[in-house]
Design a protein around this ligand. Structure first.
Ligand code: F6P
Length: 354
């Protein structure tokens, strides 16, 4: 069979591991021919392809980014975009298309499936916010990067008697902040799922310092919201991408200023940004991404279209794409309770409920 493959949305460590697994199993076990569409959905619209064979995937397992490159192109926002995607599938005689992406990429996959294309999805995002799957690949690597950054920030905070506010990605979900904050021993973790009261955050830091500590680490998700902000996140500018997402970012600087004003402690902001998405995938993500790739090519040959490879209770299963894109998987109450147990009146526990 001739199979098309693309990677869409923000890149994340592990994309190349999925590509490699699909190509190797496709060629070794199914005698498939694989063609890559470049830069996400843009590759179908512009008919930009590359041959994927054993040579092209050799040595890519540990590499970050994606050899197929990526973009946030939304065919519905381009003239005849969806029609052009269908035409490219037809032209290249693609028997099945594997779309590796987050909710935006997979919502386009669902649209094409409804229009008759044979599509299988693979869940990708460092944000870990896709429905229907326990973990997306890329998340573990991002948490490891943030955890290491927190460890480094710890020593400089301690040396200078400072409060350090570390801003992490995650869009509307607090998974990266929560996991890396727990792993890095943060003193407060602020996530989008619960608005926070800056007076209470400052007071908790003051009390900690009165108990004898002389530095503190606050981990804040880019999408976290001030209680008094009526639920609006901090944005870099008024721009939006083709899927309508605001460019989040900048909360750490504002928060650092407010904490310093209220406590009198010298406070600095660190914005980790795209460092969280770059570089080599962790061993966990390499294995998970490989399992997803192998799951996806098997689904193609079982004819399970309009579906996504998902991880449930450590098994790769096939679920409807619709289940993955219909809801954003945010941090659940059970997870928040775990963190509440760690802190004495600080962090998410004392954040005002939204
Ligand atoms: O969805 C992944 C993500 O890294 C988010 O955490 C972040 O808000 C966004 O992408 C950043 O997007 P861009 O790469 O377009 O700046």
């Amino acid at each position: 069979m001739k199979i098309g493959m693309l990677t869409g949305g923000g890149d994340c460590p592990g994309l190349n591991a999925v590509i490699r697994a699909v190509v190797r199993k496709g060629i070794f076990h199914y005698q498939d021919e694989i063609v890559g569409f470049m830069e996400g959905w843009r590759g179908l619209i512009d008919d930009n392809t590359m041959v994927l064979n054993l040579d092209s995937v050799s040595g890519i397992l540990p590499r970050g980014g994606t050899i197929l490159r990526t973009s946030r192109t939304n065919p519905s926002k381009r003239p005849d975009g969806v029609q052009r995607c269908l035409a490219a599938i037809e032209k290249h005689k693609i028997g099945a298309l594997i779309a590796i992406g987050g909710d935006d990429t997979l919502s386009v996959a669902q649209k094409l499936y409804e229009a008759g294309a044979k599509v299988v999805g693979v869940p990708k995002t460092i944000d870990n916010d896709l429905g229907g799957t326990d973990y997306t690949f890329g998340f573990d690597t991002a948490c490891n990067i943030v955890c290491e950054a927190i460890d480094r920030v710890h020593t400089t905070a301690e040396a200078h008697n400072r409060v350090m506010v570390v801003e992490v990605m995650g869009r509307d979900a607090g998974w990266i902040a929560l996991y890396s904050g727990i792993a890095g021993g943060a003193d407060a973790i602020l996530i989008p799922e619960r608005r926070f009261d800056v007076d209470k955050v400052a007071e908790s830091i003051r009390q900690r310092h009165e108990r004898g500590r002389y530095f503190s680490i606050v981990v804040v998700a880019e999408g976290a919201k001030f209680a008094e902000g009526k639920g609006a996140p901090v944005v870099q500018d008024m721009g939006k991408d083709e899927f309508g997402h605001a460019k989040l970012g900048g909360i750490a600087n504002i928060l650092a200023r407010e904490i310093e004003k209220r406590t009198g402690y010298e406070t600095r902001a660190v914005v980790l940004g795209h460092i969280q998405r770059g570089g080599s995938p962790s061993a966990f993500d390499r294995v998970l991404a490989t399992r997803y790739g192998l799951g996806a090519i098997d689904m193609v040959h079982r004819g399970e279209f309009g579906r996504m490879a998902a991880l449930r209770a450590n098994k790769i299963v096939s679920i409807p794409l619709q289940d993955a894109i219909s809801r954003n998987r945010t941090v659940d109450d059970e997870m928040i309770e775990i963190v509440d147990g760690l802190f004495e009146d600080i962090g998410v526990k004392e954040a005002a409920s939204s």
